[in-house]
Design a protein around this ligand. Sequence first.
Ligand code: PMP
Length: 439
Amino acid sequence: MKENKKSNLPDIKTSLPGPKSKLLIEKYIKYFGDTRRPNITANKGYGCISEDIDCNKFLIFSQAASITGYSVPEIVNASIDQLKKRIVRGIAPPLLDFTEIILGKLPAELSQGRVNYVVSGTETVELAVSLARAYTKRPLILSYHGSHHGYLGTTFQLSGDPRIKSSWLAKVSDVVYIPYPTCYRCPFKQQYQDCNLLCLRYLEEVFETVALPEQTAGLIIEPILVNGGVYAPPDEYMKGIKAICQKNGMLLIVDEVYTGIGKSGRFLAIDHWNVTPDLLCLGKAIGGGFPLAVVITKREVTDNTRGGVRFTGTFAGNLVACAAGIATIEYIEKNHLIENAHKIGEYIIKSFKDMSKRKSLIGDVRGKGLLIGVELVKDKKTKKPASEDSSKIVKAAYENGLLVRSVGRYRNVLLLGPPLTISLEQTEKAIEILDRLIN
Ligand code: PMP
């Protein structure tokens, strides 16, 4: 593919992985063992382009942490300015300003809440669940089949994907799994909307059998099940879940580590349904590429449980990360990036829906904003997952300078989730590449 400087489109110079990359990958395998990830090395990034160590350029189309793309001068400069002050933690403007900005973006009740700083998404969930249990004095947590909440301890127990957990022999005590509304593959074999939301009504059965309400602290949900196959619940579902939590004195924990901020075409994905969480987990994107993560709770939840501790870990609330986080949110607002996510997202969905009419492999196209799933199937009627085709397409896309990945129970859903700064021209290029690769 020829380099196109003007449009910053991908450009592959050597066969992949290139010679320098090969050396680094060998070293990587020596230290970390074999890797299932594509053979990408990291040299530099700008906009939605990632450049490997052999100077091959890739268009990033499945990405969550650098939501504004790479090397945004305003974000880089804000980080450097704070770094030059040499102080990385403490009571200082970046921490307080970031806290104020984030709270100002939340639904009314949460905007009066408490912010608890940690470093990673995994820790937000760990902390949120501990807070919910301590506050309600109940042990059980409801979590979803196919969910992904982190890599350690409690978060590992919560993640409802046995393939991720199998090697860890994770304990499953005190967690009760319930089916996510994955309508294209309904766990109850129903058709939306004839189903009358059986998945929601099924909770009554759960409460009478394995999770008595008086023993259940809360329910944790990803408002869009990203790793589980990019499913957004039907409109009435979120409100239904919230009502069930309220009725039973349970807390609603919303894990927006992946979906926040702006990625779904709203600041929070939960904003699509006008539902206020009792606890909200944010990570990945909020630190503008630096480690920054928070749990925001209704005031009484934190105040009655933590004895005034709001920072968990030495680097929690790091001031460089806070400075980058402020610049990130300002950049998103100044450039109307959430609107861009919404607009480009609709364009992608429409393009793939049109494409699905002439492609035997595309079974479903779904999502919100720039969190889009294209589900590949062997047969549109039986919906037999086309997992192998999916991994071949991911590999071929990489060889064409496009980075996407497959998610879902059968790893047959292409996740299309570029940064919010993606341009129409880059989007068209990505669609053109995938159009060539999908049968
Ligand atoms: N929750 C969700 C929904 C996630 O997608 C992830 C990471 N993929 C995590 C939690 C864990 O976040 P981290 O990798 O920052 O620990």
